[in-house]
Design a protein around this ligand. Sequence first.
Ligand code: PLP
Length: 394
Amino acid sequence: MAMSARAKAAKAAVDVIGPYFSRMQVVATDPEALVFAFGNPHEMALPALPAAIRTHAEPRSVDWFAYKSSERSAQEVVAAALSGELQMDFAPDDIAMTQGAFGAISLALALFADAGDEVVIPVPGWFCYAPMLHAANLVPVGAELAPVTFDLDVDAIARAITPRTRIVVVNSPANPTGRVYPPSAWRALAAVLDEASRAHGRRIWLLSDEPYRRIRFDGIAFTSPAAFYPWTVIDYSYGKVLLAPGARLGYLALSPLIPAAERDELRGALFSLGLAIGWGFPDAVMQYSVPDLEHLSLDLDELTRKRDRMYGALAGAGYEVTRPEGTFYLWGKAPGGDAQAFCDALEERGVYVMPGSLFEQPHHFRISLTATMTMIDRAIPHLIEVAAERASNE
Ligand code: PLP
């Protein structure tokens, strides 16, 4: 048929999620449905978000809505904030403004990988890596996280690397497991990437996917792998911390530790590649809003209370659940073992949680804690009852 091979491969990879996504969009319109599927908002947006958009939608000059690449004011705000957060010295020129983390990942793929190159991704990991790689004519290679704990398994990454590997993707705080990886994991990973780059005579780049960087519980520290491996780029999204994924804004940051000659070459390519991937820059109004949005956040205390409520109820009912250290997801093992049957049983009661098959884990499920506390309280009795039913069926 008419479609390119990469379109077919990307579509096949999205077919795992596509129908589920569409069905959940319909289900979410039912006010009685308890939908814990995607990380979508269930309450009105933080008032400062529409306020910033309204303010900056008003043109102040004739070029207000001209073509905009990375706006200098946005790059400056991001570089200063990121430098403070990671204790590294980012310059405005290291920052490419993008349409969320999606856009930043696309940009990184275009910067570093050629058709047929392999990219190592975590399993379980975000379900859009593989489709994006297929669409870019790249080959996803999964590296399993450690069983049970879902720690980063650096040996598994080492085994996944071949002479064709160009990029390794890591994600902390991690979707779907909620784990935040410690500096020791990054130190070990850096050694593996250095060794493999040397062995294969080609530099392997590290893409640190950090859209949940600021969403962490109990004061747990965050360390970026950029501090340990110089050949790192960081992608970020404002969509998570603002709980507004439809307002597309994010960035790709070049690590200041990238050797100067390579970093200069990359800096010089950020505009060209941002254009070449299809004008990947965010909307002008979103970029003007960066100074107002940079320090805005969802209510982390309230999210912690939701995490505690849901985790406490499930663990208390005998579920094997990973206590989230970050993100707004809770990852658990389906009682009875078959996550699809478990999710179906919940759906019959009007409760929608995501089956782990979307993450290549047919025995697990994911709950999004972006639901309201009322939804959580209403869903808990169902979760407890379905677990008891499924255990007695075993
Ligand atoms: N990376 C991970 C791990 C994600 O979970 C998501 C969104 O769910 C993204 C990247 C993309 O974020 P955005 O839609 O804000 O671009």
